[in-house]
Ligand binder design. Structure first.
Ligand code: IVH
Length: 674
């Protein structure tokens, strides 16, 4: 290629990268995957390495981060906030080691620390005489923004160190560097709240973390569950002897009271690093936060600093990236699910595509507003993301690749299952099928009901069969089923029918708490159902309660309180209650259990994975905590039990590998009774 042609290519690359930067950082609407972006940046770097005279200060390769915003006071960092070079495969990693080994022989015998590469934003925290005095974003690497007030809202951030009496005495001036990010479950919960209240859906956890930390109003930061880990001492006064290795630095920071990533490992050589990488990559979904790779650091800090820096990247550390979890594929069609409460949720039917080892054919589109807002059309290429156990979701269309035939999507005016008109509720984005007789809703409702009341032997298929035969039109109908009814269905013989009748009988005696939960009132999970069952004597009393009374119960907000009273105000629901009463499925409040009573899960750590039959992930966590147990996001030797549901992924493999005991939801509940 001639110089002129190469230069033209360089200009083109810069232009494209700048556009993508803008889409990602300013609009929060990326249209290419991180991997595709990295590829472009690497092509640009390659040209600039060949022709350093073409490097201009405004080239995207010369940027360490965003310029500090005028909204915040500026903070000069005590040392530059460096970035990291990338390795995309094992060959890159080995090439890196070879390069630095040639510069310094000591590298050949060096050990390493492998840390998760957290996908968040860098912050610098300043402690003076042990007191947290200032926190700043990275900004341009030399000057950042003062976000002290916002950082103070992070619960894990120690306002004084050492955080515990036994910790070491820190230097008078200590600057530590860490990463602020969202746990996957918290990001998911935030988007669920946004979707329910008709607010925009956030695309990337990282940008949302950045946006959250840079709020002018700290109460907004406080309302979202940001978290952070530290991994570096950026600067300190020299009076105190500091650790000389990275591994000891992590222990030291933890001893001072900082949260550090528990997954970090000490590796005696590069082979260890490669093995750890493979293990992490396989267990990546099980991590409670998003990682885009592993950071490999020389353990010997003197060697690390002797090796120096190229551009903005220290030679002694590298980011060893994981394969992308974002890919583009074709949107073949849009389907609509009808949920238990009648809510319609659109989903994308995709040209099957592999994302991080899993074949993805469907992805959620959140709600109909989202499709319109992003102007997603059938036939488009779309960017899809799969993060951990979360349902894959569509980020948006790749507009540059839109074909002429791409079709705009019209939300259905009628329920795709029963054909009745759909309705929307004021202040909500969701559309509902409000037909109480909609077979899909009934089936989902009954499925939920029998799962909560633990009617053994009644799966999804049987529920659908009973509904189709006209025998079960609501949950109360279950209790009038006869043996002959069941025998008239395909696939039922004497024994199966007897067993099912027996397990329906057993469900009659379930507690008020479980029956309230089983009714499937929007927003009423395990903990709220328990609170309601404690306050009200039976379903009649709860029926008569007004929104304000319910709202007064701790942990129940006005919108759920309203959902509860709305539910009881529906004549069709009252009819079901009357039938339940007649069928003697009418439990009374149990006397309140002393909160100081035995805590069956005390000292036990649980991990929950997959889709459980009745609990959401959050409810399972609440259940475990209510019984004195701890919930963790990842399986380790310390895990007491793994609670598994459907589609359990790598956590299950890990648990088997480590010999961790495995429970399903029913076994978990049983364990709580002991
Ligand atoms: S060390 C000089 N360690 O990744 C040391 N960085 O792509 C450079 N990051 O700017 C940073 N997890 O924001 C380091 N365990 C970790 C990290 C980490 C995430 C971020 C950090 C850095 C970026 C580089």
């Amino acid at each position: 290629m001639t110089d002129a042609a190469l230069k033209a290519q360089l200009e083109e690359l810069r232009k494209t990268i700048n556009e993508h930067n803008y889409r990602y950082h300013v609009l929060d609407q990326p249209s290419i995957s991180d991997a595709e972006y990295d590829k472009l940046l690497n092509q640009l770097r390659a040209i600039e390495t060949e022709h350093p005279e073409w490097i201009t200060p405004d080239s995207p390769t010369q940027r360490a981060g965003a310029e500090p915003s005028p909204k915040f006071a500026k903070v000069a960092h005590p040392a530059p906030i460096l970035s990291l070079g990338n390795a995309f495969d094992e060959a890159d990693l080995r090439a890196w080691l070879e390069r630095i080994s040639r510069l310094d022989e000591r590298v050949r015998k060096a050990s390493f620390v492998a840390e998760p590469k957290l996908d968040g934003l860098s912050v610098v925290l300043h402690y003076k005489d042990g007191l947290f005095v200032q926190g700043a974003t990275r900004g341009n690497g030399d000057v950042g923004e003062d976000v002290t007030a916002n950082l103070r809202t992070l619960r894990k951030l120690p306002l004084r160190i050492p955080a515990t009496g036994g910790g070491p005495q820190p230097p008078a001036d200590l600057f530590v560097r860490g990463e602020v990010f969202f746990f996957k479950k918290d990001f998911e919960a935030l988007n669920k709240r946004q979707s329910e209240s008709g607010e925009r859906i956030y695309q990337t956890a990282r940008n949302t973390a950045a946006g959250t930390l840079r709020q002018l109003d700290p109460s907004i930061t406080a309302s979202r569950a940001l978290t952070f880990y530290v991994y570096n001492i950026l600067a300190a006064d020299s009076a105190v002897n500091l650790p000389t290795t990275q591994w000891e630095t992590l222990q030291y920071l933890a001893a001072l009271g900082f949260p550090t990533a528990p997954e970090s490992v000490l590796c005696k050589d590069l082979e260890d690093v490669v093995a750890a990488y493979k293990q992490w990559e396989a267990g990546r979904d099980a991590l409670p936060y998003e990682v885009d790779g592993m950071v490999v650091k020389l353990n010997d800090l003197a060697l690390y600093s002797d090796l120096g820096v190229v551009g903005k990247d220290p030679r002694g550390a590298i980011a060893y990236k994981f394969p992308a979890l974002e890919v583009t594929t074709q949107l073949l069609d849009i389907g609509v699910n009808v949920g238990r409460t009648g809510v319609l949720t659109p989903y994308a039917m995709l040209e099957p595509v592999e994302i991080g080892g899993v074949i993805v054919k469907q992805a959620t589109l959140h709600n109909f507003d989202f499709i319109a807002e992003k102007d997603i059309r059938i036939g488009d290429r779309v960017l899809v993301k799969r993060a951990g156990d979360v349902i894959p979701y569509v980020i948006g269309p790749v507009l540059a690749e839109r074909k002429r035939g791409a079709r705009k999507y019209q939300p259905p005016k009628a329920c795709p299952v029963c054909g009745e008109p759909v309705e929307t509720v004021e202040d909500e984005v969701a559309w509902y099928c409000v037909n109480a007789a909609c077979p899909e809703q009934i089936v989902r409702n009954v499925e939920h009901f029998v799962a909560v009341l633990d009617v053994v032997g009644m799966g999804e298929k049987i529920v659908a069969q009973l509904n189709a035969a006209g025998m079960v039109k609501d949950v109360a109908d279950l209790f009038s089923l006869t043996r002959d009814d069941l025998l008239s269905l395909e696939g039922f013989a004497d024994k199966k029918a007897d067993n099912l009748i027996a397990s329906i009988e057993a469900a009659r005696g379930r507690s008020l708490h479980l029956v309230i939960l089983a009714l499937g009132i929007r927003g009423v999970g395990w903990v709220m159902a328990a609170a309601l069952a404690t306050k009200y004597r039976d379903l009649d009393e709860l029926s008569k309660a007004n929104t304000q009374d319910i709202d007064d119960i701790e942990g129940i907000g006005p919108s759920i309180a309203e959902a509860i009273t709305d539910w009881f105000a529906q004549p069709s629901n009252q009819a079901v209650l009357a039938k339940l009463k007649k069928a003697a499925v009418w439990p009374r409040s149990e006397p309140r259990k002393a909160p100081s009573g035995p805590q069956p899960f005390a000292g036990l750590t649980f991990v929950v994975t997959g889709t459980l039959p009745t609990f959401s992930r959050k409810e399972a966590g609440e259940f475990i905590e209510a019984h004195g147990g701890k919930v963790s996001g990842s399986v380790s030797k310390k895990t007491s039990y793994l609670v598994v549901g459907e589609d359990a992924g790598s956590k299950l493999d890990k648990a088997r590998e480590l010999g961790v005991q495995i429970l399903d939801e029913a076994a978990l509940k049983q364990l709580a009774q002991q």
